[in-house]
Structure formats: structure tokens, C-alpha cells
Design a protein around this ligand. Structure first.
Ligand SMILES: Cc1ncc(C[n+]2csc(CCOP(=O)(O)OP(=O)(O)O)c2C)c(N)n1
Length: 340
């Protein structure tokens, strides 16, 4: 049996500057987008603490490089579908932050008109197909979106994100089989943050290098360090190009969530040590990329501080708009249940 790779990925050799083929403005924008997700979610923790968000709330803090790197490679008409850990993905697909805050608080301004909440952000206009609460259940939906695009002769690609908790689920395997068989324009992206709630991946999967599961379907696959936004950008970009030419693939992106599984879980639960979380925070994707940009003199630290301030203002203004929005009138509770 193959050796399991060490839990903590080795750090790259000190001073090893990656050869980057990414325009400087794009490099700065990758930082901006990660910061936008982080600041949005920090506001979410406050709102949850104030009792303004009811129900479930799963944060993406620590995983921002995956959404930022991957979505930067998409076209606006591509489809994106993900799990309940969806705030960052929704923001970077183009849903306005006030619509996200509004949805979390059950307000009319919410992207799902206040009826879905945190796990069910959705937007037809931005081709963001949700926000799904049942583990693995959206993987066939993403596969269906890719099938529809191909059937209609469009060259749209679908990015289908899920956690490592979904890859032992039958729907995952059925989907990969059909995507490979029918050469669908889809990239399956497993955000392997090591834990499905409190269960470590090595207690749930017979193989540890999850990307190898695609071999069973003769599908291209790769494993990527999800704390390095440039790697995510490059690899997902490559996979999307291939998918536009009818070559689906499966990417395992290794990442880490810094917070608990959801807002109702403590950050350091019995399933992982505080030391492990602290060690992973050393590889905070925002910190790594910020240092890289400054060291390579792509942007100065003062400019980054100004950008961050602007983002905090953006989130503050968005939150004010969301709080000013009313709850939907009670008599509309039955609306949108059936297609009209
Ligand atoms: C079919 C199903 N079983 C169980 C659950 C309860 N559940 C919610 S999240 C979760 C863990 C999923 O972990 P993973 O897929 O790795 O995603 P992560 O939360 O780490 O992003 C479980 C078991 C569920 N929502 N759906």
C-alpha cells in the first residue's frame, strides 16, 4: 500500500521564487479577491455573534485561495456550483455583498430573496448554481449543467466544488463516470481541508491521494497546494482550457479551514490540536501571497493596506444596505415554491 503523505505539506525551499506567468494586475487582483472573501466572512462572524444570522453558517476562512484562484480563470457565462461553504464563491462569482449579507439575515435584498440563508446562495444572472446542503448531492447537478452546455453546443465550462467528505459518495463516482464517458466540459474540484466535520480524511478514505480516484474513470487529475493562490490559478486555468475542448478533469486542492466546521463548532475541537491549527495558519494563503507580492515588488505594503481599507469600507457599506432591507412580507411565504 502506498505511504500516506505527511499531514502537513512541506514548505517550499526558502527563497524559491516561483516563475510566474501571471500579469501583475492579475496578481494584485488575486490578493484583492482573497481579502474581499476574508473581510466578508469576518463580518459574518460578528453578525452570527449578534444573533442576526439564524441557522447554519459555515465559514471559508483559510480556503480563500481556492475560490480566488479558480474563479479568476472562469468566464462569466461558465457555471459554478458548490457546497454549503459558499459565501466566498458567491461573492467572487459576482453576487453583491449586500445580497449575501441580506440572504444570511433573511432579508428581501438577499440573492435568494431571504428564503435560502447561508447554505443556499444562488444567482441565475451570474450562473452561480448554489450553495447546496446535502453532501455530494450537487455533483450530479453540476454534471447535468455540463451536459446541458454540451447538448446545446455552447462552450461553457462547469466548475463543480465539493469537500473531501463527498468523494466516497456514490453520486461522485456516477458523475465522474458519465463525465468521462460523454467528455463533458467540467472540472471537478475537491477542496480537501482534511476534515469532514470531525472526521479526518484518513479515517474515511481507503486512499489518501484523493485525486487518484479519477484513474478509475480514465480522467485527468492533479493534486494542488491550495494555500498557494498562484498554483490554483495556473492549474485550474489549465483544466478549464482542457474542459472547453471536451476534456473533463478532477483536481484535489489541499487546503485547510481555520475555523470550526460551522459557527456552532469551536475552532479547536477534539479532532485536531490547537498546535495543528496554528501551524497551518503559518501558511495562511493571504499572508503567503501578500509576502510574495511585496518581496517581488509587484506592489508595496502601503498600497496593500489601502486596498484592505477600501475592502473593509465596501463590506461595511454592504452590510448597512442589507440591514436596511426588510424581511419578506409573511404573505409571500409561498412564492417561488413552484416554477412560474
Ligand atoms: C448526505 C449528507 N450526510 C451528512 C450530512 C451532514 N454533514 C454536513 S457537512 C458534513 C461534512 C462534509 O465534509 P466535507 O465534504 O469534507 O466538506 P467541508 O465541510 O469540509 O467543507 C456532513 C457529514 C449532510 N449534510 N449530507
Amino acid at each position: 500500500m502506498a505511504e500516506k503523505t505527511p499531514k502537513v505539506p512541506p514548505s517550499p525551499p526558502a527563497g524559491a521564487a516561483p516563475a510566474l506567468d501571471i500579469p501583475p494586475e492579475r496578481q494584485i487582483d488575486l490578493l484583492r479577491q482573497m481579502l474581499r472573501v476574508r473581510r466578508l466572512e469576518e463580518r459574518c462572524t460578528q453578525l452570527y455573534g449578534q444573533g442576526k444570522i439564524a441557522g447554519f453558517c459555515h465559514l471559508y476562512i483559510g480556503q480563500e485561495a481556492v475560490a480566488a484562484g479558480a474563479l479568476a480563470c472562469t468566464r462569466q457565462d461558465d457555471y459554478v456550483i458548490t457546497t454549503y461553504r459558499d459565501h466566498g464563491m458567491a461573492l467572487l462569482r459576482g453576487i453583491a455583498p449586500e445580497s449575501i449579507f441580506g440572504e444570511l439575515m433573511g432579508r428581501e435584498i438577499g440573492c435568494s430573496k431571504g428564503r435560502g440563508g447561508s447554505m443556499h446562495l444562488f444567482s441565475k444572472q451570474t450562473h452561480f448554481l448554489g450553495g447546496h446542503g446535502i453532501v455530494g448531492a450537487h455533483i450530479p447537478l453540476g454534471t447535468g449543467a455540463a451536459f446541458a452546455a454540451k447538448y446545446r453546443g455552447e462552450d461553457r465550462v462547469t466548475l463543480c466544488f465539493f469537500g473531501e467528505g463527498a468523494v466516497n459518495n456514490g453520486a461522485f463516482h456516477e458523475s465522474l463516470n458519465l463525465a468521462a464517458l460523454w467528455k463533458l466540459p467540467i472540472v471537478y474540484i475537491c477542496e480537501n481541508n482534511r476534515y469532514g466535520m470531525g472526521t479526518p480524511v484518513e479515517r474515511a478514505s481507503s486512499i489518501y491521494d484523493l485525486h487518484r480516484k479519477a484513474e478509475g474513470y480514465d480522467m485527468d487529475h492533479a493534486q494542488i497546494d491550495g494555500m498557494e493562490v498562484e498554483r490554483v490559478f495556473e492549474e485550474v486555468g489549465r483544466a478549464i482550457k482542457a474542459a472547453r475542448h471536451d476534456k473533463p478533469s478532477f483536481l484535489e486542492i489541499r487546503t485547510y479551514r481555520f475555523r470550526g466546521h460551522s459557527m456552532s463548532d469551536p475552532i479547536h475541537s477534539h479532532y485536531r490540536t490547537k498546535a495543528e491549527v496554528e501551524e497551518q495558519k503559518e501558511r495562511d494563503p493571504i499572508k503567503l501571497w501578500r509576502e510574495s507580492l511585496v518581496t517581488r515588488e509587484v506592489v508595496g505594503d502601503d498600497e496593500i493596506k489601502a486596498m484592505d481599507k477600501e475592502i473593509m469600507e465596501e463590506m461595511k457599506a454592504a452590510l448597512a444596505k442589507a440591514e436596511a432591507s426588510p424581511e419578506p412580507p409573511a404573505e409571500t411565504v409561498g412564492d417561488y415554491v413552484w416554477a412560474e
